[in-house]
Design a binder for this molecule. Structure first.
Ligand code: T3D
Length: 264
């Protein structure tokens, strides 16, 4: 695959490694990058033997959010309608990641700013290199956190920290992000891709349908009372109990051997 592509995709053992690839712009999003990323995620969704996704960035950054050179208003003219951009590009991307029927791991290899931070945070399991920083950069340019930021942040770290990060645009280092519960883990820079790859491989070898149901239940929990959620768990467990992977899981336990999940 040519290295001029805005997003690279490589098949690994059971998972798709997807790399944002505009390193000279700190992997900031332009329209082409949105379409390329969504295309690779769709491929991963639709390909049975891709059973997880690992998302990362090329170069020293994960992603600096919207490419602001595409928003240059110095020549005059009307302000861009950013609602349209969210409707057509950012929101469908977040929805795709959150509804994807396979685990999405994010390896935040460097700075994650603006929508770049919130797209990382909407992935299922987020690891970050020790040198990475999360920046809700929006306030610095007069915007509000988007790509799910104002929904995710208070849920992950509470209102006090969410408001402070969003309103100051202060960078948050990866170690603090992990200690606050914003992400799963902070790892030494040199170990990030190995650890994230091992995790993606482990998930890809897991009971894919059970993992997808687990992801949906945890996301759904925020929006419904326990009483209703217990019914959702019952329905999901009913589905999980009918999978070949459940049968294999129980059989392998009884036979005292590792499970060989097929994802079906
Ligand atoms: O617009 C819509 O459609 C609505 C949706 C909005 C979503 C958003 O994401 S809004 C938020 C946009 N992002 C930002 O405001 C972040 C802007 N970038 C920064 O604040 C800093 O670059 C960083 C804190 C991320 C990193 O700082 P640093 O010092 O490590 O690097 P740098 O020198 O600022 O950047 C390196 C290069 O990348 C530089 O280019 P140059 O001078 O080497 O030619 C810089 O201009 C470029 N770059 C970084 N971020 C962006 C960017 N170019 C375009 N757009 C960017 N977002």
């Amino acid at each position: 695959m040519a290295d001029t592509e805005t997003v690279l995709a490589h098949r690994r053992d059971g998972y798709l490694l997807v790399t944002l690839n505009r390193p000279d712009r700190l992997n900031a999003f332009n329209e082409d990058m949105h379409h390329a990323l969504r295309g690779h995620l769709t491929d991963a969704e639709e390909t049975a033997d891709i059973r997880a996704v690992l998302l990362t960035g090329a170069g020293r950054a994960f992603c600096a959010g919207q490419d602001l050179s595409d928003r240059d208003m110095r020549a005059g003219g009307p302000a861009p309608d950013l609602g349209v951009t969210l409707d057509t590009l950012y929101n469908p991307l977040v929805r795709q990641i959150r509804s994807m029927n396979k685990p999405v791991v994010c390896a935040v290899n460097g700075v994650a700013a603006g929508a770049g931070a919130n797209i990382a945070l909407c992935c299922d399991i987020v690891l970050a290199a020790q040198s990475a920083r999360f920046i809700q950069a929006f306030s610095k340019i007069g915007l509000v956190p988007d790509s799910g930021g104002t929904w995710l942040l208070p849920r992950l770290i509470g209102e006090a920290r969410a408001k402070a990060l969003a309103m100051t645009g202060a960078p948050l280092d990866a170690e603090t992000a992990a200690s606050w519960g914003l992400i799963w883990k902070c790892v030494p820079d040199s170990e990030l891709m190995m650890e994230a790859g091992n995790l993606a491989g482990q998930l890809a070898a897991g009971a894919t349908r059970g993992l997808a149901l687990t992801k949906q239940l945890i996301q759904q929990a925020a929006g419904q009372p326990l009483d209703q959620h217990l019914d959702s768990e019952r329905d999901a467990q009913r589905q999980a109990g009918r999978t070949a992977d459940y049968k294999e899981g129980v059989t392998s336990f009884l036979e005292k051997r590792p499970a060989r999940f097929s994802g079906s």
